[in-house]
Design a protein around this ligand. Structure first.
Ligand code: ADP
Length: 496
């Protein structure tokens, strides 16, 4: 019984199947790698009749580089006796130019298991690859467009946020504005904490590192200082561009807060200066009023029938002179202040015995107290030569003595000068109202007057000037005090 064409087991059935497949099917001789078979799809693809192909090899038809590639693969298949899949290989064709093939090469073995033929099946994937490339190009273009739009939106957002940040000089208000801008542009929720100023070391600079899923912390920072933290809650992971934007905003918020701080500092400096001007005016007015009163009384006495006796006149003039001295002292302090601020506070140094100087100043001060009940006792232990500006050092002593008198509650004051290692030490000890612990540092500041002493007159400049004078002498001034028990001011100068 001869097999019929319609019998799927028959050779002619397989022949017609191979002949009509849409893919190129070819068979090569395993030894010579010459074509022994080619189907119609192969003829169409290569533009070559099978009669021309059979008995020839790849080098007869294809450019050398391609032919070498094909035969290399053939050898691989035959040596390994295994199927090789070549996902994409270029091939030169006669009428269709360069095409791309997806080829499978299969070894056909004889009864002994040795390769006899090589079967190749190739699909022309040129159009498919082109379509895929086109699709990818479109996707890339679309993504680039979206990224450009996003970048534009970010730039616009940054510009409007910067304007908003600059709109207020109040840190909290500034951040509230920023908070409103961030939602929903960058985040679903946004909160902030102002933490004053702490060192960067406490914070990770890897900003945007999520501490909790979808929660991102952005430092509000400028340079090495961090003023607070913005906490953003987002739907999805932040892109690098989003993180950069958020960090940039954090930095700009830092600048805004720095401005707010500077503004606040400037305002408070202006406030305390205004306060000082009003205190200074009041302080200057008081002796002028007293002086005017003394002079008016003397004038009226001379005009009236009862002319004042020379003694009465003398007393009135003494009182008037005391007011003039007070005025002079106040003006001297003001002049010193402006010299210090202008950096023109200068000294003329000479060698002085601090013990001797102290004794002299205490004596002079005692004589000028004008009957005020107040005992000062001065003790100098040995010679204490120092290099100093005599007038300025007298000023230091007078400041400390007059404070001891003002705040000493009328109790005795002790002044002692002694050697302390390589330094001369001067202590002024009173038993007066004392100074609260938290105010101890402040009293040496400009314009600082402790509230409890506001009923006693003064510009709050004496100790500031004292400290500046001692700075110019490589010296120090310090205080120890307890409220209600008294104060001890200690001045130290390097000994010669
Ligand atoms: P003033 O005495 O003009 O206010 P100072 O600079 O000399 O300015 O002193 C600053 C402040 O320090 C005073 O207002 C006062 O509150 C406090 N103070 C200074 N000396 C004493 C002292 N011996 N005892 C208590 N308080 C003092």
């Amino acid at each position: 019984m001869t097999p019929k064409n319609s019998d799927p087991q028959s050779l002619s059935f397989l022949d017609s199947l191979i002949e009509n497949l849409p893919n190129m099917v070819f068979v090569k001789d395993a030894k010579s790698l010459r074509f022994v078979r080619m189907n119609r799809a192969g003829e169409d693809l290569l533009g070559t009749k099978r009669s021309e192909l059979i008995g020839k090899n790849d080098f007869d038809f294809f450019p050398e580089e391609q032919a070498r590639f094909f035969t290399e693969k053939d050898r691989l298949v035959l040596a390994g006796k295994a199927v090789v899949d070549i996902p994409s290989e270029p091939i030169h064709t006669r009428h269709k130019g360069l095409r791309l093939l997806h080829t499978k090469k299969i070894p056909l073995l004889d009864d002994q298991g040795s390769p006899e033929f090589l079967l190749g099946i190739s699909e022309d994937i040129t159009e498919k690859v082109q379509a895929e490339e086109q699709r990818l190009r479109l996707v890339r273009e679309q993504a680039a467009l979206e990224e450009r739009n996003l970048a534009n939106a970010r730039t616009e957002f940054l510009a409007s946020s910067t304007a908003a940040l600059a709109s207020s000089l109040d840190s909290k208000q500034t951040l509230e504005v920023l908070q409103k801008l961030l939602v929903p542009f960058l985040a679903e929720e946004c909160s902030f904490t102002l933490i004053g100023e702490i060192k960067f070391a406490k914070f990770e600079q890897s900003t945007g590192a999520p501490f909790l899923p979808k929660k991102i912390l952005i430092p509000i920072a400028l340079g090495g200082r961090i003023f607070g933290v913005l906490c953003l809650v987002t739907r999805s992971d932040f892109s690098v561009a989003d993180k950069n934007l958020a960090n940039e905003l954090g930095r700009r918020a830092g600048i805004a807060i720095e401005h707010a701080h500077l503004y606040e500092t400037a305002r408070s400096a202006i406030r305390s200066r205004d306060e000082f001007v009003s205190i200074a005016s009041h302080e200057l007015k008081t002796p002028i009023t007293a002086l005017k009163m003394q002079l008016q009384m003397a004038r009226m006495g001379i005009k009236s029938d009862h002319a004042p006796s020379p003694m009465q006149l003398g007393r009135a003039l003494d009182l008037a002179l005391a007011q003039v001295s007070r005025l002079t002292a106040l003006i001297d302090d003001l002049l010193d202040l402006s010299r210090i601020e202008a950096g023109r506070f200068s000294f003329s140094f000479e060698e002085v015995d601090l013990g001797q100087l102290t004794k002299e100043v205490v004596e002079r001060y005692r004589n000028n107290l004008g009957g005020q009940a107040f005992a000062i006792e001065a003790e100098a232990l040995g010679a204490l030569p120092v290099q100093c500006d005599r007038t300025r050092m007298e000023q230091v002593l007078l400041n400390l003595l007059s404070n001891a008198a003002k705040y000493g509650a009328g109790k005795p004051v002790r002044v002692q000068v002694e050697r302390c290692g390589t330094r001369a030490r001067l202590s002024v000890v009173d038993h007066g109202i004392g100074i609260a612990q938290e105010k101890l540092d402040k009293i040496f500041e400009r314009f600082e007057r402790v509230a409890s002493s506001s009923h006693i007159s003064g510009l709050g400049l004496g100790l500031y000037i004292t400290r500046e004078i001692l700075k110019g002498h490589q010296g120090t001034v310090a205080v120890q005090s307890r409220v209600g028990e008294g104060s001890t001011f200690i001045v130290e100068l390097p000994l010669l």
